[in-house]
Write a protein that binds this ligand. Structure first.
Ligand SMILES: Cc1cc2nc3c(=O)[nH]c(=O)nc-3n(C[C@H](O)[C@H](O)[C@H](O)COP(=O)(O)O)c2cc1C
Length: 168
C-alpha cells in the first residue's frame, strides 16, 4: 500500500543558483607573465563556479569581445616605450581605431609592466581608455602590476571577481 506521502514529489533544484557570471579572459604577452595572471584570475573564477575562457589576443579581433552578458577581462603587458606586446599589436591597433562599438560590454583591464620604465603599464592604460571610448562599461578600476605580479595576482583575481559579482 502506498504511504500517504507517496503522491508528493520532491524536486531537486535543476541547477544551483550562481552569483558568478561566465566570463572571457584575454591576455597579450611576450614572455608569459600576462598569461600567468590571466590563468590565476581564471582559476579563481572557476573555483566560484564560472565557465571561463582564456585566450591569447593574437587570435582575437575587437568584435569578439561583444558577447551580450559575458564580461571581459583583458590582461596585457607593455613593451618598448609603451607599446603592446608584439602578438597583441593587431588587436590594439584595431581597438584604437574605434570602429567596433562595445556598448554592451562590461570589462576590466589588468596592465603588466615594470615600475622602472617611464611609461609604466602604458599599454594597459591605452586599452582601458580605448574600451571606454568605444562605449564599454568598466566594472572594476584598472590594476597596474609591476615586478611583484605573481604575489599580487591572487588578490587581484578576488577583487575583480567580487566586483563582477555585483553586475546586474
Ligand atoms: C625590452 C623591454 C621593454 C619593456 N618596456 C616596458 C615599458 O615601456 N613599460 C613597462 O611598464 N614595462 C616594460 N617592460 C616590462 C614588461 O612589461 C614586464 O616584464 C612584463 O611583466 C612582461 O609581461 P609579458 O610576459 O606578459 O609580456 C619592458 C621589458 C623589456 C624586457
Amino acid at each position: 500500500m502506498n504511504s500517504p506521502t507517496s503522491s508528493w514529489t520532491i524536486y531537486e533544484p535543476i541547477a544551483k543558483v550562481r552569483s558568478v557570471k561566465d566570463l572571457s579572459i584575454y591576455y597579450g604577452t611576450e614572455t608569459g607573465n600576462s598569461r600567468f595572471v590571466a590563468e590565476t584570475i581564471a582559476a579563481e573564477a572557476r573555483a566560484r563556479g564560472a565557465e571561463v575562457s582564456v585566450e591569447d589576443l593574437v587570435n582575437v579581433t575587437p568584435s569578439r569581445l561583444t558577447v551580450p552578458g559575458r564580461p571581459v577581462v583583458i590582461v596585457i603587458s607593455t613593451w618598448n616605450r609603451g607599446k603592446p606586446p608584439f602578438y597583441a599589436r593587431r588587436f590594439c591597433e584595431e581597438l584604437e581605431k574605434g570602429t567596433v562599438r562595445m556598448d554592451s560590454v562590461h570589462y576590466a583591464v589588468v596592465g603588466l609592466g615594470d615600475e622602472h620604465y617611464e611609461l609604466f603599464c602604458a599599454c594597459g592604460r591605452n586599452v582601458d581608455a580605448a574600451l571606454e571610448k568605444a562605449g564599454a562599461v568598466r566594472f572594476a578600476e584598472r590594476v597596474d602590476l609591476g615586478a611583484s605580479f605573481r604575489k599580487l595576482a591572487p588578490g587581484v583575481a578576488k577583487t575583480l571577481l567580487d566586483a563582477m559579482a555585483k553586475l546586474p
